[in-house]
Design a binder for this molecule. Sequence first.
Ligand SMILES: Cc1cc2nc3c(=O)[nH]c(=O)nc-3n(C[C@H](O)[C@H](O)[C@H](O)COP(=O)(O)OP(=O)(O)OC[C@H]3O[C@@H](n4cnc5c(N)ncnc54)[C@H](O)[C@@H]3O)c2cc1C
Length: 336
Amino acid sequence: MIIHNISLKSYNTFGLDYRSDYLVRIKSESEVLQFLDSDFSRISPLLIVGAGSNLLFINNYHGIILKPEMSGISVEEDLSDYVIASAGAGVIWDDFVKWAVTNGFGGIENLSWIPGTIGASAVQNIGAYGEEVKDYIEKVRAISLENGMIKIFNNTECQFGYRTSIFKNELKGKFIITKVFYRLQKNRKFNLSYGRLEEEVKKSGEITLSNVREAVIRVRKQKLPDPNYLGNAGSFFRNPVVDIKTSEILKKEYPDVPVYRHDEKSMKVSAAWLIEQCGWKGKRIDNAGVYEKHSLIIVNYGNATGKDILELSTIIQKSVFEKFGIMLEREVEVIE
Ligand SMILES: Cc1cc2nc3c(=O)[nH]c(=O)nc-3n(C[C@H](O)[C@H](O)[C@H](O)COP(=O)(O)OP(=O)(O)OC[C@H]3O[C@@H](n4cnc5c(N)ncnc54)[C@H](O)[C@@H]3O)c2cc1C
């Protein structure tokens, strides 16, 4: 279904009321092919929007937006220790987590309550509480927007990294993901090592899939603003990755700075801590501000424009750079 001149307010979690010239809702792979055969496919630019929970529009969009709405969750293979489950790209991520937990399939319960769609989970390599979805994605089914060919990407071909994948880099805008396949465990080895998660789970009793899910949701609800009431896109910046020497110098000067191992050669620094040290937590400039409970989140207090939010993020980047010599990178994707 093609809609002309549509408001994007309900298609981005900042709640920004920009408009798009066209929006196409796509419910199946054959609808992708129909779209590619139509004159609309010649309109550019083109953008795929899941739930818009990682996007910042700063203008009306003079192009075409594709909205994947492929539905359906199913068990594709039932093996002795695990199952391969698939979900359509338009399925809400947390509905899939709920389905997995209800059916006793483990692995993704720490990723409960992350906004967005299945398709974007693979684009973004979503992560939380010490888990990343890359460790559970078996393969990704996608259609080339250039020639309509179906391609299956195995896990290695997805080139997953910290909040990134091949779909955000080399193949950005070139494929529409239609379905994602996940390898879920029948006998879950829980990962409760992050922060106080274990303590929170034990408040509900035994360590079970559903108690872990409930604990994660409780903590997230306390900590994160609900986009239905306060527009935001979760973490606005990535945690910067620095080499070990830089992290040691930082730690010497600021013993409290939280740093975590990223890989053998590098460490991740808490962006939230850096921003907080610059005095930004809870600060507001007109209609945009830094969330009072979490300094990594920029919120729209109601009437901010995309440009207000972008400007605030640039000021924050500058102040962190001036104090620590570290340039924060945006996690949120700015759509010009
Ligand atoms: C309150 C809040 C909390 C959050 N917490 C977390 C968190 O804990 N961890 C985390 O990792 N993220 C978090 N996020 C960010 C966000 O939820 C994720 O980035 C999510 O995966 C975005 O999904 P989406 O469907 O909204 O994608 P969009 O924002 O719509 O799109 C993201 C990117 O994926 C592309 N894309 C989307 N669907 C497809 C498709 N089918 N095929 C090809 N490309 C596609 C888009 O073009 C875009 O480049 C949070 C956001 C909010 C608002």
